[in-house]
Design a protein around this ligand. Structure first.
Ligand SMILES: Nc1ncnc2c1ncn2[C@@H]1O[C@H](COP(=O)(O)OP(=O)(O)OP(=O)(O)O)[C@@H](O)[C@H]1O
Ligand SMILES: C[C@@](O)(CCO)CC(=O)[O-]
Length: 513
């Protein structure tokens, strides 16, 4: 529970700050606003100015925050890695990246990714700029990069080798994945003259649970670095549709590069839905070309239960398992992947039909069967886990819906499509006759209790929200968000309240083609 959230009489941020020294606060606010007038990095359609083109006397860019959602894959995980279609939807759990520019006397770039315990700084001049800026290697901010350059990955290694040297091996792996992802993007989009900065990450998305935490942070890093090199215009409410689409595409391309550093061989569906939000029908047949993406703006409000087995898993290990099975049993594995593809296409047809009614028992039951079949096929591919099977068993036993794993499997989360409950008629004949009411136990309540007893965790979320968003400058309710409070905000509630999440029409802006 976040202490500041319950503080009561006025807006939470105002209350918190009033006890912290009003003078200092309003000063930092003024400087942020002034700077914003001088250097509207994202507010207008910009002439591109190289970061290093700024005059010595220019004020510091204000702190700003970018945010991106996690996702659930509703149908088609794993098959999508092998060129088949998938449907994924954004969830309301999000990551937030606060970027603070330091004075020019510092020459460091720092990561403070406190969710994973990573705190690392590099000296900007020491980084392998020569390798990344070499004319045969240098990428433009608008390029489409579909594979990592092994020479550049190699050039980064001495700078990755000194990340968290004393951490335990498991934690270190996590740190190295996140740090490599950032550094490759920083070296690709920045220059030796990039401003010294602190990049502070907080996320409400559980890590390695199949909800796209890595894609969400990759989208944040890509968007922040593109904003800093002034390669984005907007977001602003009257931005024309195709221009907004172009910005999202630019962010998505570099987020895919970030994902490659974490996953190895991502299909790109996770970063695509984390960038665009809503829901997407996604297919990448040829990795050297852009994927086919259809944004599903009218994605139905499906009644879903989202549960985490809390069994950690590695996406790259699960993806490798399927690749190995495909090598050993090509015909059988291809048959399974084709069946998953057929399910995804059939679902797309069903939900696109205007007669589809997510409140109808019949429609949901039809879709529910496809949930169960998709899960069975994923189990056949070897990516389920005893905890996922136990979860599915408990939901089946309660008779409340149809369950499938979501994301990479091997643990992580499952989604259940809930059976619509017939409206309960409380005035039964026995009650009307004055007999004692013996309410049958609510199966959903019983299930929730069992899930809790067995250590499963349920998430409250809605599907289909906004994609990447920007709070520039990092000011909510006229108060600048400070790095320290950002890093120490308690849990999901604490961070969401601090950044003013979900308060559309205010400071947060989104590209909405
Ligand atoms: N809040 C965070 N802060 C820093 N790094 C993070 C954070 N969340 C995720 N990561 C990085 O992403 C990695 C997790 O990626 P992984 O693909 O295994 O899981 P996922 O993205 O949650 O699941 P899936 O790909 O199945 O949806 C972590 O090891 C870490 O490097
Ligand atoms: C397992 C997978 O299909 C989904 C992970 O969320 C991998 C990918 O698409 O990159």
């Amino acid at each position: 529970m976040n202490g500041s959230a319950t503080n009561g009489t006025t807006k939470p941020n105002g209350v918190r700050h009033a006890t912290n020294g009003t003078h200092a606060r309003s000063k930092s606010r003024e400087s942020a606003e002034d700077t914003h007038k001088e250097a509207p990095a994202v507010a207008n359609t910009l002439k591109r100015i190289p970061m290093h083109g700024r005059k010595e006397s220019n004020p510091l860019a204000p702190p700003f925050i970018v945010s991106a959602p996690g996702k659930v894959i509703v149908f088609g995980e794993h098959a999508v890695v092998h060129g088949k279609a998938a449907i994924a939807a954004a969830i309301s759990l999000r990551s937030y990246l606060l970027v603070t520019t330091l004075s020019k006397s510092k020459r460091t770039v720092s990561l403070k990714f406190t969710d994973i315990g990573l705190d690392h700084a590099w000296n900007i001049p020491d980084l392998p700029w020569k390798a990344f800026q070499h004319p045969t290697k240098k990428k433009k901010y608008y390029d489409m990069v579909t594979s990592l350059d092994p020479d550049l990955v190699e050039a980064m290694q001495p700078h990755i080798a000194n990340v968290s040297p004393d951490a335990k091996p498991e934690a270190r792996k996590i740190h190295i994945a996140a740090a490599s992802s950032f550094l490759y993007l920083f070296l690709s989009l920045g220059s030796e003259l990039s401003p010294p900065c602190i990049y502070a990450m907080r996320s409400a998305i559980p890590i390695a649970a199949g909800l796209g935490s890595s894609a969400s942070i990759s989208v944040c890093m890509s968007a922040a670095l593109l904003i800093q090199c002034r390669a984005l215009s907007g977001p602003h409410p009257d931005q024309i549709s195709h221009e907004a689409e172009e910005q999202l595409e630019r962010i998505n391309r570099w987020a895919f590069v970030g994902e490659m550093l974490i996953h190895g061989t991502p299909s790109g569906v996770d970063n695509t839905v984390a960038t665009h939000g809503r829901a997407v029908l996604f297919q990448r047949k040829d990795y050297s070309k852009p994927p086919a993406v259809k944004i599903l703006r009218e994605f139905p409000e499906l009644p879903l239960l989202l549960v985490n087995t809390r069994q950690p898993k590695s996406t790259s290990a699960e993806v490798a398992k399927v690749a190995a099975l495909k090598q050993r049993h090509p015909t059988v594995a291809d048959g399974i992947l084709d069946s998953i593809d057929a399910i995804t296409r059939s679902v797309h047809e069903i939900i696109s039909d205007e007669t589809f009614d997510p409140r109808s028992e019949e429609s949901i039951a039809h879709l529910g069967e496809l949930f169960s079949i998709n899960h069975a096929l994923l189990t056949a591919l070897g990516v389920s886990h005893p905890k996922l099977e136990r979860l599915r068993y408990l939901v089946d036993e309660a008779g409340v819906g149809w369950t499938k794993l979501t994301g990479a499997g091997g643990g992580g989360c499952a989604i259940t499509l809930l059976r619509p409950t017939p409206s309960t008629n409380h005035s039964t004949s026995s009650q009307l006759n004055g007999e004692a009411a013996h309410e049958p136990e609510d199966p959903m309540r019983l299930l929730e209790q069992k899930l809790q007893d067995e250590g499963f965790e349920r998430y409250e979320t809605t599907l289909g929200g906004d994609g990447v968003g920007v709070l520039y400058p990092a000011i909510v309710d006229d108060v600048e968000i400070h790095q320290e409070e950002f890093l120490t905000a308690e849990g999901r509630q604490g961070i969401e309240e601090l950044v003013g999440a979900g308060r559309d029409g205010e400071a947060w802006k989104y590209w909405r083609p």
